[in-house]
Design a protein. Sequence first.
Length: 625
Amino acid sequence: MDPEVSLMLHCDPLKALGENQIHVEISDRFNRQSFPEIEQHIEAVWSDRVSKEPWLFNGAKFRLHSAVLSVRENGPVAEHAVRNPTRSQHGEGERLESAGESQGSSPKDEQPCVLTLRLGLTCYKDYLGTNWSREAGRLQSHGRNECADPQAFLAQPLGVGAVVATADGDVVLLRRSQKVAEAAGLLDIPGGHPEPKMLCPEVSEEAICADLLQGKERAVVSEVFSSVCAEISDEVNVPVGSLSKPVFMGIALNHTSAGRPSAEFYVRCTLTTEEVRDLYRRGGPEAHESTEILFLSPAKLFQLNERCPLWSEMCPSAKGAVLLYQRGKGLFAKRPFKKGDTIFIEQPLVSSQFLWNALYKYRACEYCLRALETAEENARRLSGRAALNLPHPELCKVRPDRHQACPHCQVMYCSAECRQAAWEQHHRLLCIGSSHHDPDHPLNKLQDAWRSVHYPPETSSIMIMARMVATIKQAQDKERWQRLFSHFCSRTANEEEEIVHKLLGEKFQGQLSLLRNLFTTALYEDRLSQWFTPEGFRSLFSLVGTNGQGIGTSSLSQWVHACDALELPSQQREQLDALIDQLYKDIDKETGDFLNCEGSGLFLLQSSCENRLYSYWHVFQFAQL
């Protein structure tokens, strides 16, 4: 990792923190430690600089001592502190991951995460004489030895910076002027410092102290957040009203100035890239600090690393913000969502019910995995209560009158549309007609062999691989499907050690060889010959194990959710809730945890995300988030 920068604390932007989740503690206990020699050195450095640059101004700054993330779980609050950041062998300081999802809650609601910044006071003069001084390394050693804190004697002024995205999604970078004191000529993000003076307008900079800020903690947080937008407005010359509320991504450390901290934020701008460019060219209050504006697409920003020529043109603060932004790769909402909303629906390229799940009479559509049992049928089977009658049968979404069987092999589909879609994609090749009960049919032998290798709880199915082959063989545009499947990761080693990857080990070579032989006998295709070699089969096997995303459907679960949404008189509500509670107790006693029709599928979204997603998508038809 780049030695100029490290991350002290980071939050996934999908779980980034809003202003209401940031607290501060202000105390002179969090000020810089001192001893006579360092004070003399600071004065000497300041006198020398002022003699050369008489316009220098010694403004008060907030000093970051440490940060504490409080995670509220079911029980006591768990606190994790980040303090005394130093670089590890990987170039990173102590790191703390946030899980602060607000889920649309208001500022008054209790949040899962609260970040507390412990702040003291410092000043620009102290910064020049410590962090920016040739003595910084010696001061860090002294702090480590005397205080067990390498930053104890350093000013550590808290800066702020922002990854600003235009309405087109492009991210703003500024080329710093050759006349600025630090990082001259390098690319930076908009940023600066929150100012204690804003909270004490009647007090001189030198007289500002922690005592004067007691009781103003929320105002300090507000200053930290508002200073971000103020700096963007002054440097880029865009109206503050065009900027979204900043969200906190984390804290980066600049090691060219001895680990100086900067809180980095993500901010959206309602103006287009061209509108921002035009306003910048007109010049704003701090136009003298930069000479050029650049825009990077999110794709290019995600690809930035030390091997890219542009990386060497960036100053440490910009590098830190980019690293924090990159840790939050994902989908970002442009409007609020509440729990239970469908964000998008994606159809899997191929999917298959787990073989043991199907064998144990969990009836699902062969194409989309919709449950085929009605809620009442499902409840009777799972609870062992054959005479059970569920109230409100109209809430069950299963429509048996629409179900259709393949006229050749009798496998079932939830609708004529699914039957036709399966036939056109892969079932024409995989349909075994009247041989569906023949144990010697190659596909039946393949499935039996799989069940003998992979017992419940299941995580994958050999039939996904079969449907991949059949899809390509049936397709008119075979190259398109091969390209789609090539997007998926297919490493045969995996640090998470999924069951499928364990089956690739030496212990299971005999079973794997048997599966490959049966797979070849049933499905061989010259065009896909590489999939049928020992190594190619291992790779295909791994592709399905790494990328297969769980799918679960339940007509009973849907019925229960629909019942929960009913508006009923209190007595009827109590009776219905009691019935449902007793039903689940009976199911737990009779069946245990295996309640759903279960399978897995390959989704293009999954191939675009870091493998793997640790979620189990309960879906009705396709992947819904």
